[in-house]
Design a protein around this ligand. Structure first.
Ligand code: SF4
Length: 354
């Protein structure tokens, strides 16, 4: 039988409605789409043969017309604190990183949204070689499925998703929104919107678009500097969207969504960690529905920065708090496993090139 292809990309990127429509275009019953959706998300099937409720003919047709391949685990490193870092192979041979983190409340997974990154932040390993390509919604979703498979042996599953791995999520806007809708679906993983965080280096137009969707996820802005001169030095995106534009978009976002915005602030010794920087940050965020997350820097050999001493991090925190701003220090998880984002992928590329 010859079928006319409906081009939705990979089946893991498709909604239940799209899968049902696909089934009818293939001459199968519509409910086969619901069965496939549940098979992909509830059973995490690795091929159509695993879908035992399906007739063999439909399995074979889909294998021929819509082959899908789940992500493969290339490397798997576990640190003493239980953080697991995974290097995953995509179908075209590219790699992404996914991190599974233990918390008091359960497990979160840090998902990559692109292969590489175009933003060029000067402290980051992910952006060192630029952006290679966007991930599909299905490739992002599969990272969560792989994390769940890993946790299943302990009777656990992922309860929070942070889109904070390799890549700038808002630079892959449509696929990220589709991914969020897929993992939130009640017949899928049913992860609450409030347990999903989208990070951005400050792509102002897409912060506004995210607010317009009305999806109540948490927005995390990677700030890393309290003034334009320093931020432009660390993050080239600040040239296009300086702090006045960024803060105006964030203010509108909080007004519209009534959601508190998290500001990520990586502390680099003698670069952005001085008392005057903490005061400037306090003044910048005062009165905003905001939370500051201070991040001790995980060294990347390719970059000259050094981490701030613990005492300086605590001093920075208390100054920010004096401005009435909630401020926490992120636990340093998985330090001994090259936990700085993008490092595993970089090492794998170097190994292949050698
Ligand atoms: S910090 Fe984020 S936005 Fe900046 S280069 Fe790295 S991955 Fe891209």
């Amino acid at each position: 039988m010859t079928v006319s292809r409906v081009d939705y990309g990979d089946v893991l990127s498709m909604t239940e409605e799209e899968l049902s429509t696909l089934m009818t275009t293939l001459g199968a019953e519509r409910f086969r789409g619901q069965q496939l959706f549940q098979g992909l998300w509830r059973q995490a099937i690795r091929n159509y043969r695993d879908l035992s409720v399906w007739p063999r003919k439909l399995q074979e047709l889909m294998e021929r017309e819509y082959p899908f391949k789940r992500l493969g685990v290339v490397r798997h490193e576990t640190s003493a604190d239980g953080t697991v870092k995974l290097l995953l192979a995509l179908q075209d041979g590219q790699h992404v990183e996914t991190v599974v983190l233990p918390h008091r409340y359960g497990y979160s997974v840090c998902v990559s949204s692109q292969v590489g990154c175009a933003m060029g932040c000067t402290f980051c390993a992910s952006g060192l070689k630029g952006r290679v390509r966007q991930l599909t919604a299905g490739e992002m979703a599969d990272q969560v499925l792989v994390a769940n498979e890993l946790l299943a042996s302990q009777g656990q599953r992922v309860s929070r998703v942070d889109i904070m791995g390799i890549g700038e999520p808002l630079d892959n806007f449509d696929a990220v929104i589709r991914f969020i809708e897929l993992i939130h679906h009640p017949r899928g993983l049913y992860i609450s919107y409030r347990h999903i965080t989208v990070s951005t280096s400050g792509l102002v137009p897409n912060i506004r678009r995210l607010a317009e969707t009305g999806i109540p996820v948490t927005l995390a802005v990677s700030l890393h500097a309290p003034n334009d001169a320093l931020r432009t030095r660390l993050m080239p995106i600040n040239r296009a969207y300086p702090l006045t534009k960024l803060m105006s978009a964030v203010r509108d976002y909080t007004r519209r969504t009534r959601r508190r915005v998290t500001f990520e602030y990586l502390l680099l010794k003698d670069v952005n960690d001085r008392e005057e920087h903490a005061k400037e940050l306090g003044r910048l965020l005062q009165g905003l529905l905001a939370h500051v997350n201070l991040i001790p820097w995980n060294p990347v050999p390719e970059h000259p920065f050094r981490p701030s001493p613990a005492a300086d991090v605590r001093r920075f925190q208390s100054i920010v708090q004096e401005y009435g701003i909630s401020c926490t220090i992120r636990r340093e998880l998985g330090q001994e496993i090259e936990a700085a984002c993008g490092q595993l992928r970089l090492r794998e590329e170097e190994r292949v090139l050698r």
